[in-house]
Design a protein around this ligand. Structure first.
Ligand code: ATP
Length: 603
């Protein structure tokens, strides 16, 4: 076995042709370093200079930076447009102030109360986010931010209303070293931790899967991701972090009241992210400098005009720099240094060259079907898209699904992958009835699919797009595949998928689903838009998937020559019913389907 693996690892060796060289697709690492530098500057700079006025002011600024960094993550990486983060900060602050300031509980309990209260608020935001998105979610969270200070006043027996709550912690504010207090160190460490959290999640499996859920719920579900769970998780992570910021806010200001958490704060935090550059790690920090530090701190005489300044700056940035300040620089940088596409674009050859050397995985001739569809019915109003369809697919079989436009092919793929529910009938996958299972659960059982329009994520590198498949795998890669994956990472880790031609995008999506190691793959018109050379490579891959990797494939394709060449069996649909099913040679003699092949080489 070991020697087989060695020879296979060599298969991914020098003769496999991959583009060389590094591009500069991502600048997260640089932005992270610059961000930390700026946070340290505002965090400990004033203490080192011994200026207590600046010290106090910038401590607050750093707390806002941490909240804005978390909001940026929520906004872009998780796709949740919350306008109510000021209220979550307030819940954290009040959690600590009520627990420790009013009831005299130990600080650890106070911090736990802060995090708990903020997470409770986050949960309330996540609930509408499970049902609504975009404008509606923004409206729900904005309403919460408007109502929050009113509630604080209303429940004054708990919150002390407009009288506010005081909590001074002298042990935290007394200088420890070089004029820096424990609070100074905390307000420096917390935004750095928030930034590292953003960077860490973004570059991990969780972040990639959140990003996909944010950009395409369908693609996410096809990779086994539950978009609702991802949204709720993002809200919980961000709320917990914002709760810690709220706890830190209390000793920083020493006194809190509803006045500190007006809707204006939530707006400012939102503006900060937009002006700095949505999704850029450094964005919220630059945003705070432009929107908050300059008008509020450095030009104090402008304070009474601050809402006007926020509004004006946001408008100006949205018009002149729609990607925000850091975002605009990033877009230019990317354009200048980007690579990929064209001749260097994504090709299947390295993959097929490697698979060629893998000994075929034997599938017993009598293996039970991996998929069995029984009497599938699907209606759209008066239209019957599927009218009692039966289908059996065995492991290692390429099953062609053909039929005229509107005959029900895509509808069948959609019900099999759990994207739409059958109105009648049932089906089992890997021997289990999955008729009522969600798309993401079915995907996790090993069913993969591609889409008519490839779902490629242009904010992720070409390699990261492939890695989404690896992220979805239940088992580790075989050594030879791992060796190839490493080479792909080297070759495409910094390539811009936005430069890929349509056919290359399609192939990229195909390789992504193959790396997820499904037992059954549904390909929806995979050859559309491929060049003749790409088509040849693709047919070779299809053969290898079934004969070498033992995957079952359902191939919906208008290119009948391709289906004829590759398929072990073909099912023909006509207005939602199966009119013929069998090996291609048998079908070509079937009078019911001969008209499909008329004029072709197979008649
Ligand atoms: N979401 C929908 N709402 C209403 N009708 C639909 C919907 N999806 C499909 N249909 C109808 O169901 C029938 C089958 O469509 P389907 O897309 O499954 O066919 P197809 O064989 O995949 O066609 P094509 O080759 O054009 O992709 C068609 O009459 C179509 O108009």
């Amino acid at each position: 076995m070991a020697s087989q693996h060695n020879s296979l690892a060599e298969a991914a060796g020098p003769e496999v042709s991959l583009p060389a060289g590094k591009g500069h697709f991502k600048s997260d690492g640089l932005q992270l370093r610059l961000g930390i530098l700026l946070i340290v500057l505002t965090g400990i700079g004033p203490s080192l200079l011994g200026n207590s006025y600046w010290e106090h002011t910038f401590q607050l600024v750093n707390i806002y930076i941490a909240v804005a960094v978390l909001q940026n993550f929520l906004f872009v990486d998780a796709g949740q447009k919350s306008f109510g983060q000021g209220a979550i900060l307030g819940l954290g602050a009040y959690g600590l102030a009520i627990a420790s300031g009013i009831h005299g509980l130990p600080l650890t309990v106070g911090v736990l109360a802060a995090v708990g209260a903020a997470m409770l608020g986050g949960l309330l935001f996540a609930l509408p986010a499970l049902r609504v998105q975009g404008f509606h979610l923004g409206f729900a969270t904005l309403s919460a931010a408007i109502v929050f200070p009113q509630l604080l006043i209303q429940f004054d027996d708990v919150t002390r209303g407009i009288n506010g709550i005081s909590l001074y912690l002298p042990a935290l504010t007394k200088p420890l070293v070089l004029g820096m207090s424990g609070l100074t160190l905390l307000v420096t460490a917390v935004p750095i931790a928030a930034l590292l959290l953003h960077y860490g999640i973004r570059n991990a499996r969780l972040g990639r899967r959140m990003r996909v859920a944010a950009e395409s719920a369908e693609a996410a579900r096809s990779l086994g991701v539950r978009p609702g769970f991802m949204r709720a998780l993002a809200f919980m992570i961000v709320s917990a972090g914002t709760g810690i910021c709220g706890a830190l806010y209390v000793p920083t200001v020493g006194f809190i009241s509803p006045q500190g958490f007006l809707v204006e704060l939530s707006f400012t935090l939102f503006f900060v992210v937009v002006v700095g550059g949505r999704g850029q790690l450094l964005g919220p920090i630059i945003g705070i400098w432009v929107i908050y530090i300059v008008p509020n701190v450095l030009l104090v005489q402008l304070v009474e005009y601050r809402l006007l300044i926020y509004g004006f700056l946001t408008l100006a940035v949205v018009i002149v720099f729609p990607d925000g300040l850091v975002g605009t620089i990033e877009v230019r940088r990317r354009k200048r240094f980007q690579r990929g596409g064209g001749e260097q674009g994504f090709r299947l050859a390295p993959f097929t060259e490697m698979l060629e050397k893998i000994p075929p995985r034997q599938v017993p001739a009598e293996a039970a079907p991996i998929l069995e569809v029984r009497g599938a019915v699907k209606r759209f109003g008066q239209v019957v898209a599927l009218d009692g369809v039966d289908l059996k697919v065995r492991p290692g079989e390429v099953h062609g699904l053909i039929g005229a436009n509107g005959s029900g092919k895509t509808s069948l793929l959609n019900v099999i992958s759990g994207f739409s529910r059958m109105d009648g009938g049932s089906y089992s996958f890997r021997g289990r009835d999955v008729t009522r299972l969600s798309a993401s659960s079915i995907a996790r059982m090993g069913l993969g699919r591609t889409f008519q329009t490839p779902r490629i994520f242009t904010d992720l590198s070409v390699w990261d797009n492939i890695q989404l498949g690896l992220d979805a795998r239940p088992t580790p890669l075989a050594p030879e595949m791992a060796a190839l994956a490493e080479r792909f990472k080297e070759a495409y880790g910094e390539d811009n998928p936005g430069l890929l031609a349509h056919g290359q995008r399609r192939l990229l999506e195909v390789i992504r689903v193959v790396f997820a190691d499904p037992g059954l793959v549904l390909f929806d018109e995979p050859a559309a838009g491929l060049s003749p050379a790409e088509r040849v490579e693709f047919s070779r891959l299809l053969r290898q998937l079934s004969k070498r990797l033992g995957m079952a494939v359902i191939l919906v394709e208008h290119d009948l020559d391709l289906v004829w060449d590759i398929a072990d069996r073909i099912t023909v649909l006509e207005t939602g019913s199966v009119v013929a099913s069998g090996p291609p040679q048998q079908l070509a003699r079937d009078p019911a389907v001969q008209h499909l092949f008329v004029g072709g080489a197979h008649a």
